[in-house]
Write a protein that binds this ligand. Structure first.
Ligand SMILES: [Zn+2]
Length: 208
């Protein structure tokens, strides 16, 4: 699995198999997309969006970046959110983090990584705000694990602060933002129980 030829051969086999199983599959894909979910997750190759929730093409509108961050000034992420809520009218936005996240680990280390430090600075700010809780955890692995969860919670809140999300709620439309975390160890997704369904203040949400 190290050449473009392999990818093209895999694609041919995949498309042929789908066509054989469901002759109208690609005709349906040509119609406008109407995915019910916006899925925001890490770029990590071990966390493939559609595969881990066993969904076919057309079901997830996806945005991925290192450590599944939603930064207010990130025009890319905010454009995805705007399109998802304004045009696709998704009613569920999912932040899917994962344990053992390399981005989270790098943010906890103090190594200098170049441009990536600007991105990881968003994580370092979050962990600074939780430093007392993090310092009480005895093991490095435990710290990383908890920080992966803390990050998902912070990103769920960040999505809720998007002006496009706030407008949906002002218009009395239904929109839920969920925080899930994926365990590389056993392939299971866990709902962190931190869903936001309406406009909420930082002190009410992050203080919980
Ligand atoms: Zn990651």
């Amino acid at each position: 699995m190290d050449s473009i030829t392999t990818l093209l051969q895999n694609n041919e086999r995949w498309a042929s198999r789908l066509q054989a199983e469901d002759p109208e599959f690609f005709e349906r894909m040509e119609e406008a997309q109407k995915p019910p979910f916006l899925w925001i997750s890490c770029s990590d190759s071990r966390v493939p969006a559609n595969q881990i929730v066993d969904l076919e093409p057309g079901q997830l509108f996806v945005h991925r970046n290192i450590a599944n961050l939603v930064v207010h000034s990130d025009v890319n992420a905010q454009s995805v959110i705007q399109y998802a809520v304004d045009v696709l009218h998704v009613e569920h936005i999912i932040i899917c983090g994962h344990y053992n996240c390399g981005g989270v680990k790098a943010a906890l280390d103090n190594d200098t990584l170049g441009l990536l430090d600007h991105w990881l600075g968003n994580l370092r700010d979050i962990f600074e705000a939780h430093k007392e809780e993090i310092s009480r955890i005895n093991t490095e692995q435990g710290k990383v694990r908890r920080c992966c969860e803390i990050n998902v919670k912070a990103q769920v809140f960040n999505v809720s602060q998007s002006p496009f999300v706030q407008k949906v709620w002002r218009d009395n439309r239904s929109l839920s933002i969920h925080g899930l975390i994926y365990d590389l160890h056993d392939g299971r997704l866990k709902d962190l129980g931190i869903t936001i369904n309406e406009s909420i203040s930082a002190s009410d949400y992050l203080g919980k």
